[in-house]
Design a binder for this molecule. Structure first.
Ligand code: NAD
Ligand code: WQD
Length: 359
């Protein structure tokens, strides 16, 4: 069984995936620079899985640091690459940091992997690569064939990395690469011990709403109710983070199977494939407020304000390709995700940290 290097494994999706990997019998090594997470998250993961996990505070831009980790673990033979910056608004203000950490960081990581002859690679891409898919009405829900574009530096980093990984894989027959396009992750591990732990004021709907529920924020600001949707608010495909975590294991298995099949045939190019990790069902902002209010047991206050720049009407996945080729399907409902998110939030109102001094 393979040992998996997980970059960004202390973060939101990474920590849940580490738990799922260990539950599936995989060995895991985590590297993370802790710029958006904490060692406490790793401790909670260890408590949850009942064993210690090799952890290295290393930046993915640090060639020598990564080289040392791989030298210390010569049995690592696959990588899941979560590490990177992910705030759309911030990326508009500091684009060079985004290109450096996300794009240059990935190139650096791939170079270290080439040195260590590791060529099974799963990448965290995003539905943001579809831009505004509603410009192609027959592409809603969105299949992987939908043309890509991006409206933000963050989105462009994901698009550029996809191109870079495709080019590298085509040029290297031994490489097997999965480009996983996540839709909107939400929820937490059902134990309530790990969950999303944003720093500062949350940008995303669910973490913000969770802070309204604990009284840290007065109300949710709904960014526009004049969209041409069933209730005027935008539609997203919210996927439980544990379903998303399982999608990574399914992708790893698929890459391992492809590698096995290719042993007997001479192929000039590597294998690279895009898969949508979504449920195929869309929810509006008002539907999410209602579902989370039900989990909390009280109506959460909100106020409708103007549209947010860059928001699009509908990002709902057509996950058929992932369902078929990865033998994977999201199983959990938005209601379950709300219940799990509330369990985590209630018991950890300040995430893995302490109450901020200015609150
Ligand atoms: P996160 O910020 O919780 O996790 C990312 C982790 O990477 C953090 O622990 C952070 O400390 C670490 N990191 C950041 N830069 C690093 C660097 N240069 N070197 C080493 N570690 C670094 O974010 P997440 O929500 O878990 O997202 C994980 C990945 O999934 C990201 O690549 C993100 O772009 C992608 N993604 C996230 C979403 C989402 O809505 N959460 C949606 C689509 C794609
Ligand atoms: C969801 C809906 C908002 C906050 C982002 C990234 C995307 C991906 C997932 C990384 C929208 C509305 C939100 C608030 C609101 N991440 N909203 N009030 O924008 O779909 O996707 O996260 O790859 O790239 O763009 O997610 O949670 O910010 O917004 O009304 O305070 O909630 O307008 O309709 P989004 P989100």
């Amino acid at each position: 069984m393979s040992k998996v290097l997980v970059t960004g494994g202390a973060g939101y999706i990474g920590s849940h995936t580490v738990v799922a990997l260990i539950d599936a019998g995989r060995e895991v090594v985590v590297v993370d620079n802790l710029s958006n997470s904490s060692e406490k998250a790793m401790k909670s993961v260890e408590k949850l899985v009942g064993r210690s996990i090799p952890f290295y505070q290393v930046d993915v831009r640090d060639f020598d640091g990564l080289d040392k980790v791989l030298t210390a673990h010569p049995d690592i033979n696959s990588v899941i690459h979560f590490a990177g910056l992910k705030a759309v608004g911030e990326s508009v203000k500091i684009p060079l940091d985004y290109y450096e950490q996300n794009v240059a960081g990935t190139i650096n990581l791939v170079k270290v992997l080439v040195k260590h002859k590791i060529s099974t690679f799963v990448f965290s891409s995003s539905a943001t690569v579809y831009g505004d898919a509603t410009r192609f009405p027959d592409m809603i829900p969105i299949p992987e064939e939908c043309p890509t574009e991006s409206y933000s530096p963050y989105g462009r980093t994901k698009l550029f990395i996809e191109h870079i990984l495709r080019d590298h894989t085509h040029a290297n027959a031994e490489w097997c690469t999965a480009l996983l396009r996540y839709f909107n992750p939400m929820g937490a591990h059902p134990s309530g011990e790990i969950g999303e732990d944003p720093r500062g004021i949350p940008n995303n709907l669910l973490p913000y709403l969770a802070q309204v529920a604990t009284g840290r924020r007065e109300k949710l600001y709904v960014f526009g109710d004049d969209y041409p949707s069933r209730d005027g608010t935008p539609i997203r495909d919210y996927i439980h983070v544990m379903d998303l975590a399982e999608g990574h294991i399914a992708a790893l298995k698929k890459l391992e199977q492809v590698r096995e099949e290719r042993k007997s045939s001479e192929t000039p190019e590597g294998f690279c494939r895009e898969w949508n990790l979504g449920t195929g069902h869309g929810s509006t902002v008002f539907e999410i407020i209602k579902a989370f209010s039900k989990a909390v047991g009280s109506d959460l206050p909100y106020e409708v304000v103007g549209r947010r720049d860059g928001d699009v009407l509908d990002l709902t996945a057509k996950p058929t390709r992932a369902n078929k080729e990865l033998n994977w399907k999201a199983k959990k409902t938005v209601d379950e995700a709300c219940t799990d998110l509330w369990r985590w939030t209630k018991s950890h109102p300040y995430g893995h940290g302490e109450k901020p001094s200015d609150e």
